[in-house]
Design a protein around this ligand. Sequence first.
Ligand code: C2E
Ligand code: CA
Length: 545
Amino acid sequence: ALQLLGYEEIEIKNKFVSLVFPNIEDIYKLDMGNNNSFETDMISKNNDKIPVLISSSVLLDNCGDKLGTVLIFQNIFEIKQIQNKLKENNDNLEKRVQERTCELSTVNMQLAKQINEVLAKDDEIIKLAYSDYLTGLPNRRSFYYKLNQAILEAKLKENSFAILFLDLDGFKLINDTMGHAKGDKLLKKVADRLVDILGESDFIARVGGDEFLILINNTTSEQYINKNCENVINIIKEPFQISKNEIYITTSIGVSIYPEDGEEVEELVKNADIAMYNAKESGKGTFVLCNSLIKNNLDELMKLTNDLYRALENNELELYYQPQVNTITGEVVGLEALLRWNHQSLGLVSPNVFIPIAEKSGLIVKIGEWVLREACIQVKIWQKLYIPKLSIGVNLSVNQIISHEIVNQVSQILVETGLNPKNLELEITENILMKDLNYIVDILKKIRNLNVRIAIDDFGTDYSSLSYLKELPLDRIKIPKCFIDGIDKNIADESIISTIIILGKKLSLGLIAEGVETDSQFQFLKAQMCDEIQGFYYYKPMRSE
Ligand code: C2E
Ligand code: CA
């Protein structure tokens, strides 16, 4: 103890214990029972605090009376130091843990925030990818997805559904005249109205500028589809209030039905689209069902093709003749033979309808031969009777020219009828130039070697290229009606006509204007020195009688 406290024995003997115990009160306060132990500080001679562990024992006399207390102390400085160190470490550790926890929770919060942001963006992206920004409706991608599901479901349940392809009529005009902002507003309102009238199981999407697709589920009958289409058409017909304007618009609808009009997404949409175009053609503001349309068209085409096969045998074909008049003298110098079909039940069928059928079915070769022979026979008769140098124009279709028989046909008919080849003019159109040019030129040269003349019909309306004028063996240019129609109305048409005439003259080609209907058209052409004219102004095509 002396060593620990730094005292000499003499300095400390018989002194109060308070000398070495600064907190002596604590000791007195204690219930000094046996084997009590506690920690306290002692003070050394140098005033250093020394931590000690005190054990106390009460000292009793023989009678059991308390004599005093024996305190035994033990230096616990090192233990304390270690304990402190441990505590410090512990505290540090706790602090570190707390700090890390704090950091982690901040990181966690940041992460949560980022995740939320990403999720929100994902939502946005998904929304953008599957919906239309303007109307908020689903977009094409979304519709196709839905349509695919509908197909799978209908396959399983063996039921059917319809899709409606809507296109607003004349929307472009509204956009152009009233501005895009108002056009956009109109589209939104159209979308709202459509959503309002649709059933719960129906699905609508905006798939293009003014195009909407609607899926009508569980279609039980054609009447049900018709009713739906009528509802849509009627709801769009009602005026729209856009700012201060009342806008009227209509919609055309094409309908395709699963599975009749297609079993795949693309096919169904395509057929509805085709039907929609038919609705537009048949006057807009209406709807057309694809199946009826295709069926009708196919039926009609099949029937016409069959009938056309018999037309020749049944003498239903007839040639009309339209005179060609010299502009200066007013004399008829030639005729164009124009084919007519007197159909038993349909009446007079336009060549614009049946020539394409004849071409597709290959019948054109036989029909063309008949036309050529008939026209040559007829003109020969008129030559003998009235105008010795009367010429005849006969239209040749491209399939005739590439049929290999044409050169033989022409030369044989000329021999048969005795017509001077110079009085026969074969009219070709620019679409022959879609075929192998070298081959066509070869055939035309062979025909021309027979001294037959060749005219280019409807010049400048199709695949025109001025270089063809150089390559094709030609005698005459026919200026088409579409340019003649522009005389007095459109300076561009007049310029084109003047230029074609100058060009023709420079190339030593004859010129004839087609579809001349009015006196001022005639006067213009005469002033431009066009050689001949053909058109209702003088004569319509007419029967030989
Ligand atoms: P295209 O060769 O351009 O015949 C001129 C068409 O214009 C004829 O119609 C004629 O009737 C019409 N036309 C003539 N002048 C006027 C006029 O002043 N006003 C109006 N509005 N129309 C006029 P069409 O007879 O209906 O013939 C249509 C087309 O059918 C012809 O056009 C021709 O490409 C083709 N076609 C006619 N006959 C034959 C033929 O025998 N063989 C071939 N391959 N095609 C033919
Ligand atoms: Ca013609």
